[in-house]
Write a protein that binds this ligand. Sequence first.
Ligand code: ADP
Length: 739
Amino acid sequence: MPNRRRNETSSTGDESNPSERPFNLSAASREQGPGGIAHETGELHRLLVESVQDYAIFALDPQGYILSWNPGAERFKGYTGDEIIGKHFSIFYPQERIATGFPEFELREAARAGRFEDEGWRIRKDGTRFWASVVITALRDSTGTLVGYAKVTRDLTERRAAEEALRLSEERFRLLVQGVRDYAIFMLDPTGHVATWNEGAQRIKQYTADEIIGKHFSIFYPPEPIAEKFPQYELKEAERTGHFEDEGWRIRKDGSRFWANVVITALRDSDGHLIGFSKVTRDLTERKAAEERAIEDARRVAAEEAARVAADASRGRVEQLQQLTALLATAHTIAEITKIVFTEGFRTFGIDAGALAALDASREFVQLIGDAGYEHLPGRYRRINRGEQMPINTVLETGQALVFGSRAERDARYPAISEVLAPYESTVVIPLGSRGRLIGALAMHRREAGAPSEDTLAFMQSFAQQCGQALERAQLYEAEQSARRDAEEARARADEANRAKSEFLAAMSHELRTPLNAIGGYAELIDLGVRGPVTPDQHEDLRRIQRSQQHLLGIINDLLNFSRIDAGQIDYDFADVTLDEIFDAVVQMIAPQAAAKSIQFESRACGPGVVVFADRAKTEQILLNLLSNAVKFTASGGRMTLRCARVGERDVTIEVADSGSGIAPDQLERIFEPFVQVGRSLTSTREGAGLGLAISRELARAMGGEISVTSTLGVGSTFTLKLPRSISGAKAPSPAGGA
Ligand code: ADP
């Protein structure tokens, strides 16, 4: 190693090569003599200097010629000691520096002030430059005479390059920031006053740097956030967390607003002191508008989609409703309706449990007519008193549907049923009406919470309306069915009773007639004197016996007749009958009775052409009955008539009128019922069983005719018998007036 060699050389030839000797050390050693402390110290310094590699340390004579050289100098400058010692130090300077006499200036200054410091470009042996920090110190001996200079040079090229790079990058950054147009980038001092301004800031906020630097940054905020001290809060937050980001309205110089994204960053020096804030603001007005447009578009598309889905759904619903309605229309019975409601209806609406209830006839109770899905429904809910606090009662009172989207809401209003309905989160109860009258309610529960949408509720209500109508139809149908069943049963019972009665009457009449005939026969035998002579008194008694027997036989015959008619056992022998012939026959029988009671009896013939189509005997029987009643109920001296009142195209009306007791209006129809005798008491002496008119009417009707009556109490009665005219019979001239 050359240094080592030179050191060795230096130590061996100390005096012979004074140029090799370090000047001040050699001077000191010369003064204090070899082997002294000064020599020791000088030698140490020499070794120190010579070993230093990071500094070029060398001596110049007073003119600037190089006297010594160390390894650091060799390393920096590229010259060896041999090459450079004796050369002028200006060799290290660039040409322009030499031209201005700068090296000499340095020496002069160092000589003058004792020291000169400089940084600048220097030249290596290979011609390359390096950035050097140079300290030149004037060296003087004890007398003050300048003996030379010490020059210490440091190579700062690397530091210089780093510094330069930093400077350049800072400059570039500054220019970059300055030139950014899309962002406002500026600095605030720790109190929030604007310290720098860039082009973007000017463009966005419209202030020039001159106008805004030094102003407080709250100038960019609208009044509301200022009132809330929001700007201060931003800085505090940035200071606390290092960073604050926000979006909001900010104000330009012209007062217009813009939507800004703001990032504030706290700036601290190396000791951690806050030196200010950087603020980057972006104008998002456009972006926000675009976003809003996008949101608006999305919203519109969503709304359109929802409308389309709803339209589809409602079309689907209309179809579903039509199906449900069609199903309900086929339901006749309540059981059929409940089945449709609880299966099809509940499936359509996604119902988990529910009940159909109807007001009972008294409208004081609500009867559950069907339920489905309940986990447990106690029996007491099958019949609900109208006074109870129940949703069904509420809808029946208000006529409005009840909707509960949550259990809590429902339980708060109807605590009594909270337990039964515990498994269900939501409930809808809809009144059922028909023809403007509430007749029941439909309750529906879901395990899922949430009220149905308006659409669904409307759909449910339409369904409920159909249910109400179907329900009323079914109620009417079932009521009618049961009434019909009742009537049929009653008729069957009545028929049965009638038959039993008729059979009884027939049997009784038959059984009574035999002994009565025997009574009549034996009385006649005695009266004829067959058993021996009969006194006049005995004759009289026997006639009474015979009359009573006849009378009784008449009654029994009536009974038998009636029972036969009633049992449908009478045969009719229809024929064309001339009325005058019948009149003749009955007048012969009645005239003596009327005469006996001094009743004036008038009979007017109908004329030979008046012919009816009837059973001759039955017609006689009817007229006999009417005429004998007239005799019976007309007092002595009264009047009675038999006549043809009207001869029509199709029928003939025969009249039996009397001036008798008359019949009360309320009794007029009753007298045709069997066994009815007006005013009859147990002590009544009037005869008969009250069957005559009943039999007569039955007979007349059986022949296609009718019997009716008009009467005035105390004035008299008029019975009319209408019979069909014979179709084949001769067309009679009007006979009504003929006597
Ligand atoms: P009966 O004559 O055997 O009582 P009817 O059936 O012939 O039974 O008559 C029923 C009742 O009608 C009579 O009891 C009487 O009260 C009333 N009645 C019938 N005909 C007359 C009449 N011409 N005038 C007043 N009352 C009559």
